[in-house]
Design a protein around this ligand. Structure first.
Ligand SMILES: C[S@@+](CC[C@H](N)C(=O)[O-])C[C@H]1O[C@@H](n2cnc3c(N)ncnc32)[C@H](O)[C@@H]1O
Length: 245
């Protein structure tokens, strides 16, 4: 059954822009801007968005920064280039890339959830740190972690706008609480001109303790502060990570 994985970022990437518009990404993006401005030891002008996806966060971030986005999926980057032609988009793996430059700010938002091992978490933070100027801030977010994970939680979302009409059913399940992963199953109901098409998709996410996040961030050399937030009833932890001068 688990034959199809991460289709949302490959053959089904076309439905990503129909699910939650840029307006829904605006509050979290504006919150990130506030934290970058508050904690940065410089007048931050350039920003690297690691796992930028289709650029919905960048749509707001680009008002404040000169944005470069990095993502593994060329299909998602195509979406991002259409939405934000003024930004620079580059394909790469968050665990191992070298753009040969440092940025004033680095954002590692929701895509960090795809890191499933402690070693890869370490590599990702080390890579982000290498791309950040001393005195700059890296922001990253633990959406689901051991402590806030809701076993067998199911959520339903609907597309907005014209056809195709899409209903997204998302189920989160942790088959083995002893390891560092959980799985999410998506079922997409796609309706167009009265016809129904059903697709499914599996995603594997990382599930770490907050102590693991802290340990890996400190190992990458960051000074960290933490904030708790709630979005649509779900708690999350933001790590504000300063690269020492
Ligand atoms: C939830 S989406 C990001 C959405 C994005 N915040 C936006 O504004 O549209 C998660 C992204 O993480 C990317 N991703 C997953 N694993 C990755 C990796 N190892 N390196 C780079 N990007 C990765 C996926 O391709 C996907 O585009």
């Amino acid at each position: 059954m688990k034959d199809k994985t991460n289709r949302l970022y490959s053959d089904l990437a076309w439905i990503w822009p129909l699910w939650e518009g840029v307006e829904q990404y605006r509050p979290e993006s504006e919150d990130a801007v506030k934290l970058f401005k508050e904690f940065s030891k410089m007048d931050a002008r350039t920003l690297l968005d690691i796992t930028c996806g289709a650029g919905k966060n960048d749509f707001t971030l680009k008002k404040y920064f000169d944005v470069t986005g990095l993502d593994a999926s060329e299909a998602m980057l195509e979406n991002a280039r259409k939405l934000n032609p003024e930004c620079t988009y580059i394909q790469g793996d968050m665990r191992d890339f070298d753009l040969g430059k440092e940025f004033d700010a680095v954002y590692v938002n929701d895509g960090i959830a795809y890191i499933t091992t402690g070693d890869d978490l370490e590599k990702t933070f080390a890579c982000a740190a290498r791309h950040l100027k001393p005195g700059g801030v890296m922001l990253t977010i633990a959406e689901k972690y051991k402590g806030n994970f809701k076993q067998n939680q199911t959520k339903i979302f609907h597309s907005t706008g014209d056809e195709p009409l899409i209903t997204y059913i998302e189920n989160n399940f942790d088959p083995d609480p002893a390891d560092t992963t959980s799985e999410t199953t998506f079922v997409y109901l796609i309706r167009e001109r009265g016809k129904l098409r059903i697709e499914h998709d599996f995603h594997t996410f990382g599930l770490f303790t907050i102590e693991t996040w802290r340990e890996k961030l400190k190992k990458a050399g960051f000074e960290i502060q933490e904030r708790d937030g709630v979005y649509e009833g779900e708690s999350y932890r933001t790590f504000i990570c300063v690269k020492p001068l």
